[in-house]
Design a protein around this ligand. Structure first.
Ligand SMILES: N[C@@H](Cc1c[nH]c[nH+]1)C(=O)O
Length: 387
């Protein structure tokens, strides 16, 4: 076996792509800064019980585990930074007002996520804590759309959903965790025959509502109007539909090229999501490019209830879809102990040029730069010439 083989669905990021990823990362974090988001950098490893606080079994299954040789305790390699950022807000910052945080860091999945071919991602996201009303969800959605536009992705399909609808329908029923997981996947795949069998144990009204959910998807106004008729009257359901209505109206005023739809059976987020949920899609990618939503219970699990909402995405996937950046042009310089040459190179670099020195006469090989000029001696001084 080749010793340099990498594990399945783990890959290197090579120069031209890495540069694209890095320039996007900088542009997006600068955008978040202009909105007042503060950058945080949680550790890549944590005690497993802390890492999974307030989350569901889906995140547990996605988390790589290892033993800490210092404490003997089990550590988890993060599969999602969002709960870590909630921990920072709840315990380390301890603020009462609205806090906006953003982050960019590596995460790893124990199993390759459906539709993906990578177990490592560069997760980038923004979260708002301390605001329980829809304005925070709206800011998260607006910022998500701006982020995609910074990456050159302007045609976006935004799917909205709400965890409160299902919670309202199932209110008063005791359902085992594993059964709930099956329900999520049946709703996700809109598998009506199997859903009908699954729902047999429920009162007829709840079973009918679950079946109705699989058809409540499509243009927002129509779906929300149908939902009001088809779903049972329940405080949680009514609140969820009212929140979605407000968000849809506000999002429709955004100037970008967004196609909005509602899919009340699409609860594609992690199980910790508790309110409005959204997924953004772009052409040429079957799975969402970004996901987000409300998760008010995570802070509570850390001992300090804090409303929370936000979104995250994989920067590597985003960079892959972003239009190809032009190769930066570069100047090739010889390698020599020459004070004038050193001064000239420093001047050019200070002026923003890329200057690459050729070692011992070898040709410069680079995929990232386009070496279209060279430094040569002309009339006793170093000058830049076209190659
Ligand atoms: N981290 C979540 C998305 C999210 C961010 N903030 C709230 N939700 C995910 O990967 O699905």
């Amino acid at each position: 076996m080749n010793r340099w083989l990498l594990p399945e669905d783990i890959a290197d990021v090579l120069p031209a792509e890495a540069r694209k990823v890095e320039s996007l990362r900088r542009a997006i974090l600068d955008l978040y800064q202009s909105y007042g988001y503060e950058l945080v950098a949680p550790p890549i490893l944590e005690f497993l019980d802390s890492l999974l606080t307030g989350t569901g079994s889906d995140l547990n299954l996605q988390t790589f585990k290892l033993v800490d040789q210092l404490s003997g305790r089990t550590l988890g390699l993060r599969a999602d930074m969002t709960p870590q950022v909630a921990r920072i807000d709840a315990h380390l910052l301890n603020r009462e007002g609205v806090t906006r945080l953003c982050y960019a860091g590596s995460i790893a999945h124990a199993r390759t996520p459906v539709g993906s071919s990578a177990r490592e991602e560069l997760q980038l996201g923004a979260e708002i804590y301390g605001c329980a009303t829809w304005e925070a969800d709206f800011e998260a959605i607006s910022l998500l759309l701006k982020t995609l536009s910074v990456a050159g992705l302007n045609k976006v399909y935004l799917d909205l959903s709400h965890a409160g609808v299902l919670e309202g329908i199932l209110d008063g029923q005791t359902i085992a965790k594993t059964d709930i997981e099956t329900l999520y996947s049946l709703l996700q795949s809109k598998d009506r025959p199997r859903l009908a069998i699954w729902a047999k144990c429920l009162p007829a009204k709840s079973a009918e509502a679950l079946m109705a959910l699989t058809e409540l998807n499509g243009p927002c106004a129509q779906v929300l109007a149908n939902a009001k008729k088809a779903l049972p009257k329940h405080k949680l359901v009514d609140e969820a539909l009212a929140q979605l209505e407000k968000l849809v109206c506000a999002t429709a005023t955004l100037a970008s090229d967004v196609e909005l739809s509602v899919d009340l059976a699409d609860l594609r987020g992690y199980q910790y999501h508790s309110g409005v949920m959204f997924a953004a899609y772009v052409d040429k990618l079957p799975q969402p490019i970004a996901r987000g939503g409300r998760y008010d219970h995570v802070g509570q699990a850390f001992g300090r209830p804090r409303p929370a909402t936000g979104f995250s995405m994989d920067l590597l996937t985003l960079a892959n879809l972003a239009p190809v950046a032009q190769r930066k042009s570069a100047i090739v310089a010889p390698w020599a102990f020459d004070a004038d040459l050193a001064i000239k190179i420093a001047e050019l670099r200070n002026a923003g040029e890329v200057v690459i020195q050729a070692m011992s006469g070898d040709a410069v090989e680079t995929a990232e730069y386009f070496c279209d000029r060279e430094l040569v001696v002309q009339g006793g001084s170093w000058e830049v010439n076209k190659k």
